[in-house]
Unconditional design. Structure first.
Length: 202
């Protein structure tokens, strides 16, 4: 059985960690001397899971894909306007933590992110074009042939989109975007070159 190594925690206090093993459930109270999660369990700085029943304004419960239950203080993310899409029990969330594994930096609600998003055609504005973000990491273009979206995912708190451009053969391009706004009706994201402002398709 792997030994979990925990480092010092700076900003999160009173968090609890529930580990399930064999047929018994053990609960360990995490104090300000422990990190959010064992760093060996995550591939990047993003933890994925479902929002649990214990959710409030500045805290949420995350049942991770690894089977752990984390009660997280997200006050810092809330103060920095980094809670994207808010959350409710059952929503799928991506939680970006700090490099020292001590703080929650960003909360992205993947359940809210999924859907069909439209904006005026940037070429002439005569029609609407968009992107459909689907479960399972599937992305599809809507009413556009110049950019054919293939896949999406959240990595290190950014939205990664893979696409094939018209005339580019089958060569895929990958771009990473910072999400600026996400709610029931709006999705705005940008990188160094572009900014996209979408509304949810009715």
């Amino acid at each position: 059985m792997k030994k979990l190594v925990y480092l010092a925690l700076g900003a999160i206090a009173g968090m609890s960690f529930t580990a399930c093993g064999n047929k018994q459930q053990q609960q360990t109270t995490v104090t300000t001397d422990t990190t959010i999660v064992d760093s060996s369990k995550i591939k990047d700085l993003t933890i994925f899971g479902l929002c649990g029943e214990n959710a409030a304004m500045n805290s949420l419960q995350l049942v991770t894909d690894m089977g752990d239950t984390l009660n997280l203080n997200i006050e810092e993310a809330r103060e920095n306007n980094q809670v994207m899409g808010n959350y409710a029990p059952g929503d799928r969330l991506a939680i970006l933590i700090s490099p020292d594994y001590k703080r929650v930096k960003t909360v992205i609600n993947e359940s809210v992110l999924m859907g069909t998003w439209m904006m005026p055609n940037p070429i002439d504005g005569s029609d609407e074009v968009g992107i459909s973000i689907k479960d399972g990491g599937i992305a599809e273009s809507v009413r556009q042939t110049s950019n054919i979206y293939r896949t999406w995912k959240i990595i290190d708190g950014k939205l990664e989109l893979n696409l094939v451009r018209e005339g580019g053969g089958d060569q895929e391009e990958t771009s990473w975007y910072t999400i600026d706004k996400l709610d029931a009706d709006s999705l705005i994201f940008h990188n160094e070159e572009d900014q996209f402002e979408y509304g949810r398709a009715k």
